[in-house]
Design a protein around this ligand. Structure first.
Ligand code: Q46
Ligand code: ZN
Length: 299
C-alpha cells in the first residue's frame, strides 16, 4: 500500500500507477501542454523523475523520444555521468524507445566541472545553461514540438520558495509548467508538477524501472536542497501545504509577473556563434564554450 498524505489516500500497486498517469494527464490537460500529434523530446538524466516521465508519456500514447546529455561529471566508469547514461540507455533498450545522445566533452571539448571552474561559475549554473541550450537546440534541429522535463512538485515548490525569498520577479514570471514556443524555441513543459518526489521513486520501484539513486555530486550544499528540506518540514505539519503554495501561486500570483517574461523574449537576435536566439551578440552557452577554450562554437 502506497500512502499519499497530500491526497489523504492509500493505493495498491495498479491503482498507484494509474494515479500517477492520471496526475500527468490532468497536468497536460489543465495547462494545455500537449496535443495528440506533438513530437516530444524528453530530457532524460537516468534519474527517477525523467525515466518515470518518459514511461508515463509512452504509456499515455505520446510520441516521446529521449535525449541524454553527457555532462562529464565524475571520473571513470563508476562516475556519475557514466552510470546515469547507462540507466538511460538500458531503459530505452528495454522499452524499445529512441534515445538521442549529446556528449558535451566529446562535442564541445570540456566537462561541466572544468567548464564551471574556468568560466568562474557555480557548477549548477554552467550545467543549467548548457542543458537549457542543448535541449532546446536538439528539439529545434530534430523537428520536435516540445521539450518535456522531469521537474516534480517538490522541485517546483523549492524553486518558487527560493525565488520568493529574494522576490526574483523575472524568474517568478517565467516559473510556469508551460513556456510557449517562440521563434527558435521549442515549447517547454513540466508534466510531473502534480506529483511529488516520493511518488516518482515509488512509481519507478513499482513499475520495475532501474534508475540512478545517487545524487549528482555537484548538488552538495546546493541552496535548492535546503529549500526542499524546509518545505518538507512544513509539509509534515500540514500535508498539502507544498501543493497549495505552488498551485495557488500559479493561479493567483504568476499572472502578475507574466508580462516580465514576455518582455524578455522580445528583441532577441541570432547568436553569432550558433544562431540560437539571444539578447547579446553571443548566447550564454557559446560564451561558456569560448571561456573554456572548448570546441564546437557555431557547429
Ligand atoms: S546535474 Fe547539473 Fe544538476 Fe549536477 S551539476 Fe547541478 S544542475 S546538480 S539537476
Ligand atoms: Zn550560441
Amino acid at each position: 500500500m502506497m500512502e499519499v498524505r497530500r491526497h489523504n489516500a492509500g493505493f495498491c500497486q495498479p491503482c498507484f500507477l494509474k494515479h500517477c498517469r492520471d496526475q500527468v494527464s490532468r497536468a497536460i490537460h489543465d495547462f494545455d501542454m500537449l496535443g495528440p500529434d506533438d513530437r516530444v523530446l524528453v530530457a532524460v538524466s537516468g534519474g527517477k523523475d525523467s525515466l518515470a516521465l518518459w514511461d508515463i508519456l509512452l504509456d499515455l500514447g505520446y510520441q516521446a523520444d529521449g535525449l541524454y546529455l553527457g555532462l562529464g561529471i565524475g571520473a571513470g566508469r563508476d562516475g556519475y555521468s557514466h552510470t546515469s547514461g547507462t540507466f538511460a540507455r538500458d531503459y530505452a533498450a528495454r522499452r524499445g524507445a529512441t534515445l538521442i545522445e549529446v556528449d558535451i566533452p566529446t562535442e564541445f571539448g570540456f566537462d561541466i566541472p572544468t567548464g564551471a571552474r574556468e568560466a568562474k561559475r557555480a557548477p549548477c549554473s554552467a550545467c543549467g545553461l548548457s542543458k537549457r541550450h542543448l535541449f532546446n537546440r536538439a528539439a529545434v534541429d530534430g523537428g520536435y514540438d516540445v521539450v518535456a522535463t522531469g521537474h516534480n512538485l517538490d522541485d517546483e515548490a523549492a524553486v518558487l520558495f527560493g525565488n520568493v525569498l529574494r522576490w526574483e520577479t523575472a524568474y517568478l514570471g517565467r516559473q510556469a509548467p508551460v513556456l510557449p514556443a517562440a521563434p527558435g524555441f521549442a515549447r517547454k513543459i513540466k508534466p510531473l508538477v502534480r506529483l511529488g518526489e516520493r511518488e516518482m521513486a515509488a512509481y519507478c520501484v513499482l513499475s520495475g524501472i532501474d534508475y540512478i539513486v545517487e545524487e549528482c555530486p555537484m548538488a552538495v550544499g546546493n541552496k535548492h536542497l535546503g529549500y526542499k528540506d524546509a518545505l518538507n518540514q512544513i509539509e509534515v505539519q500540514s500535508p498539502g501545504a507544498k501543493a497549495a503554495f505552488y498551485f495557488l501561486f500559479l493561479d493567483r500570483v504568476s499572472p502578475m509577473f507574466s508580462g516580465i517574461a514576455d518582455e524578455e523574449r522580445e528583441g532577441l537576435q541570432p547568436c553569432a556563434g550558433c544562431g540560437s536566439p539571444t539578447t547579446g551578440e553571443w548566447c550564454a552557452f557559446c560564451k561558456l564554450v569560448a571561456k573554456v577554450g572548448g570546441s564546437g562554437v557555431g557547429a
